[in-house]
Write a protein that binds this ligand. Structure first.
Ligand code: AMP
Ligand code: MG
Length: 487
């Protein structure tokens, strides 16, 4: 199959939803990285990107057959404040194509030039941030966490001004839809109830068809989105992922992780960790993410209120949101229990205390989160606990916790499942310094590091001989990496 994003169901919503325009060219484009697994999922031919037509099209120098690009309009709350109109300021929807399973997938360029929604921005993305988005999208997918995907990154030596002069790149993103909470907020805030309904009907029809049969389909939609969001956030917390900019315009209506900016996988476990150097107050700190997601869902609920109850009565919307408060803790408990190899541990006080106990010790000892869980999985497999125990200065407390864990497993008559633990606790995560190494090499036009890192992150639970350096503690310089919103 060729690369032909030639359908566009989103465009049928009408002109209040977008502006049509073409990408702006970038000189002498080259391939920076590509995901073979996304290409395969899209049914593309083996060497699809070697073909100059695709490379030119993905850097804004040509149009793919049948493609009619558009930038969509949305609004949103940023850092807790209403920010008004935003929109695809540097993203362009090329169209959609059917994947190998026959499902429609939207193809979007990020960094393809200015749009009517660019405000003060230049419509571009730099190589550094594009590589981070590419790697993280594919790493999250490898971890089994819902996310938008990244087909490839293309680059150009065109200079881009940020804190310093960098070079341009474009990420080709793939998802069933890039619709955000902010799309709904946009039409609600502007009192455009017909458009709001059209948008909700479109999302229900395509992605939440069972909501159509509910007594109140829009309340059902809110509940379904709350559920997907709760499940996604539970996965973030369990793997130690910080998004960094959980503004409502970065929240997917499909519960996908999206808009990778200053994200970070935790190194040492610190519940208060703030990964975004622009986030002075720590609004989006790791341990705040679950509540922020609820706050964002509340904004979505407010936006949907004119559809849920035209008389403004909030009870149905509030009831739909309530589901988050039960689903999130239940999901988190299930994820953490799986990390401990006890997937069926009921959410009793005793089981919860075991989970809280280890998290407290990890925080007190600033223990590396990923390495601890992997070592603990191996410890359960081999019944040798030294290498996990050695990670704690306070060994007595670890021993006491281990005893409480063993008592708990005995109490629920369940031996910890080491196989499950090794498939739940990854060996490889996209630590900041690993991304940084790939970026530094890519800036010198060596893309091999990026390629090998991406391949490793595709199967993060499989230990690969010779790749131990990617699974070890971060070097001292890792803590000096500063990631801001601007990218
Ligand atoms: P973000 O913080 O990346 O989610 O972006 C928030 C808003 O700013 C969105 O509407 C983006 O499209 C827009 N934006 C971010 N960076 C740029 C840029 N370099 N040029 C134009 N718009 C941008
Ligand atoms: Mg965004």
């Amino acid at each position: 199959m060729r690369f032909t994003p030639d359908h566009q169901s989103f465009a049928q919503l009408g002109v209040s939803f977008y502006t049509r325009l073409n990408a702006q060219p970038l000189p002498s484009p080259y391939v920076v990285g590509q995901s073979r697994s996304v290409a395969k999922a899209l049914g593309l031919e083996e060497n699809w990107l070697v073909n100059n037509e695709a490379l030119q099209a993905l850097t804004g120098n040509a149009l793919l057959p049948g493609s009619q690009p558009l930038a969509s309009v949305y609004s949103g709350h940023q850092f807790g404040q209403w920010a008004g109109q935003l929109g695809d300021g540097r993203a362009l929807l090329l169209g959609e194509m059917r994947d190998a399973q026959g499902q429609p997938q939207e193809i979007q360029l990020k960094g393809a030039g200015r749009t009517p929604y660019s405000r003060m921005g230049d419509g571009r993305a730099v190589l550094r941030s594009s590589i981070r988005e590419f790697l993280c999208s594919e790493a999250m997918h490898g971890l089994g966490i819902p996310t938008t995907r990244a087909l490839c990154v293309t680059g150009s030596d065109a200079p881009i001004r940020r804190e310093e002069i960098e070079t341009a790149a474009v990420v080709t993103r793939v998802a069933p839809s890039f619709i955000r909470f902010g799309h709904f907020e946009h039409f609600a805030y502007n009192g455009m109830t017909d458009e709001l309904r059209k948008l909700a009907d479109y999302v229900i029809e395509r992605f939440y068809p069972t909501c159509k049969d509910a007594a109140n389909p829009y309340a059902a939609l809110l509940e379904a989105v709350s559920e997907r969001t709760a499940k996604m956030i539970a996965q973030w917390q369990a793997v130690g992922f910080c998004h960094g900019v959980m503004n409502t315009d970065n929240m997917s209506i499909l519960g996908l992780t999206m808009d990778y900016g200053p994200f970070q996988f935790l190194d040492a476990f610190d519940p208060n960790h703030i990964c975004n150097h622009s986030d002075d107050r720590g609004r989006y700190a790791y341990n705040k993410q679950p509540n922020i997601a609820y706050w964002n869902l509340f904004c979505l609920g407010q936006a949907l209120l004119p559809l849920i109850s035209p008389d403004g009565e909030p009870d149905l919307a509030v009831a739909a949101l309530e589901s988050y408060k039960t689903i999130f803790p239940a999901e988190l408990h299930a994820r953490m229990s799986a990390k401990l190899g006890l997937p069926d541990a009921p959410a009793t006080e005793g089981s919860k205390a075991v989970i809280e106990g280890i998290l407290k010790l990890l925080a007190a000892g600033k223990v590396d989160y990923t390495i601890f869980w992997r070592r603990f999985s191996h410890a359960i497999a081999s019944n040798q606990f030294e290498s996990a125990r050695d990670m704690f200065l306070d060994r007595a407390s670890f021993d006491a916790w281990l005893l409480s864990f063993q008592e708990r497993s005995a109490h629920i008559s369940c031996r910890p499942n080491a196989d499950l633990m090794l498939k739940t606790n990854p060996v490889y995560v996209l630590r900041n310094h690993l991304g940084e190494q790939a970026i530094r090499a890519a800036k010198l036009k060596d893309f091999s590091e990026l390629d090998s890192l991406q391949k490793l992150l595709e199967s993060p639970f499989t230990e690969v001989a010779g790749m131990e350096a990617y699974a070890t503690f971060p070097p001292d310089w890792a803590s000096t990496i500063e990631i801001y919103c601007s990218s």
